[in-house]
Design a protein around this ligand. Sequence first.
Ligand code: AGP
Length: 613
Amino acid sequence: MCGIVGYVGPRDATPIILNGLKRLEYRGYDSAGVAVVKGDQIEVRRDAGKLGQLIDLVAKEPLSGAPGIGHTRWATHGAPSARNAHPHVSNSGKIVVVHNGIVENFIELKDELVSEGTTFSSETDTETIVHLAEHHQAAGANFVETARKTFQQIEGANVVVLLSTAEPDKIVTARIGNAGGVVIGLGDGENFIASDIPAILEHTRKVIFLESRQMAIVTRDSVRIETLEGKEVKPEIHIISWDAVAAEKGEYRHFMQKEIHEQVRALTDTLAGRVDFKEGRIRLPELNLTPELAKRIQRIYITACGTAAYAGMVGKYLIEKIARIPVEVVIASEFRYSDPILDSNTVVLAISQSGETADTLAAMEEGRRKGAIVWSIVNAIGSQAMRVADGFISMQTGPEIGVASTKAFTAPLVDQYMLAILLADLRGTLDEKTRKSLVSDLRLVPDLVGRTLDRESEVEKVAHVLKDIRDCLYLGRGINMPIAYEGALKLKEISYIHAEGYPAGEMKHGPIALIDEEMPVLCIAPKDPWHEKMISQIQQAKARDGIVIAVATEGDELIKGMADHILWVPEAPWMLSPIVTVLPLQLLAYHIAAIRGLDVDQPRNLAKSVTVE
Ligand code: AGP
């Protein structure tokens, strides 16, 4: 996960930035860099690898000055390398940028800049930002106007930090869309910028959090907050009373809430270095998947536990629809004892956040024993499920602390979508137009997630309505049926309310007898191929006086006139819709549990990783 640290003040920025980046190492990264303004020059040191390599580089080639900015990076576009590492400098050497997120329209912006003669030295989308800024500065805009114009042209969920030798007394930063956080630390005659509180806590406890579509002009003794349109905003100053460990919760009450909101950055990171948007291709090098191997796969078993298994149920729809390979999802605790029929043309794909779940590891062992190809999708780097697999996909979400899994549910949805495209591409069963369209849709993910999470306050209101319920039915169909199971599990495991996920089409075969004015029914009904079916499901529940809470696509007037409460989500390509429909259910379970005063991060009887049978 990318980390950002900036400093403006009388001290040398370099040690402050390097120490701050060290405090963000828990987020995972594959390259790092630092830049400082020195007179009318910008000096940069950057390298692939861990922070230790950057510190060694700075020791060999000292770098001092201020203001300065630093960055740790998950490669989003372009492999992790020195030339792709941030910070990136403009061709004149007068402007430098660090960035978190995905510039959705970078191809169009880059093509325009190249047509005007701008040369690029990296494969990153980030470099487009600094050349765009240079273009505006060269046209006569002052630095703040240069930054504003640049921010206004960037689409998608991004955090951007710029320095310029033209006005070396300031740093300008912006949060565009619901990208990861931007914290401004207020010092005495000096100020700080960071992507997370731990990076600056040793210097100050007074902070300002940037909101979406806000920018900040930061000098050593002033901070001005504006909207991207230039309207001044009066900032709210927060005093951080937490200790360093608690500070990792940032502005959130619980790790689970933080991790729900981290999904914008986590999904950006799980796309990291794997998507070639220009060519419309996917790269999953750790899977060791060759065209020969791809062509001989005849069946895929997805095996996992709990939330991970529900992610696999969504994966079934994706892989069967895109790659046309038969997929069976089997709960790991059953798979290991089911004497499965496997051979060398069968894949056993395990999904596990911890990579240490006993049932899942045993299922992988069963696959190995019977000669299957064993893959895993894992979050914990270096865990058993990652090590024993023939190939793996790292979720790259950073550590998940809350026992209730959130970002480690949505990340494998994206990973399986990418896997399906790669399989189809290598098997030659996907035409180029379809493949490019499917890949292009991935650019939408961070912003769709951010826009859905922006509606948290609406979900919290519904949580207050439902806080005392004793039962709840979650209904879904098609690719969103697993979201019914996952939403019910979230509510069960942190609020201790009995909740049941059910295929909506099955209700008339018995469970509909449960519905009355006491039974809330949560219907997942986005604009997907099963939308009409869900409409009639809602009508059936209402006809029996059920209380209906619908997850619906923004603008769906039909459902608006039928449901008692609505949890709105933005319109999304149907194969990516589970990524957004699960978010209000995560938030609903979180807020009901928080309102009930329960231990959200450590629910009773549960462990983060079930390493025993
Ligand atoms: C999810 O919220 C639960 N904590 C649980 O179902 C979890 O998904 C399951 O135990 C699997 O864990 P893993 O992903 O680490 O293998």
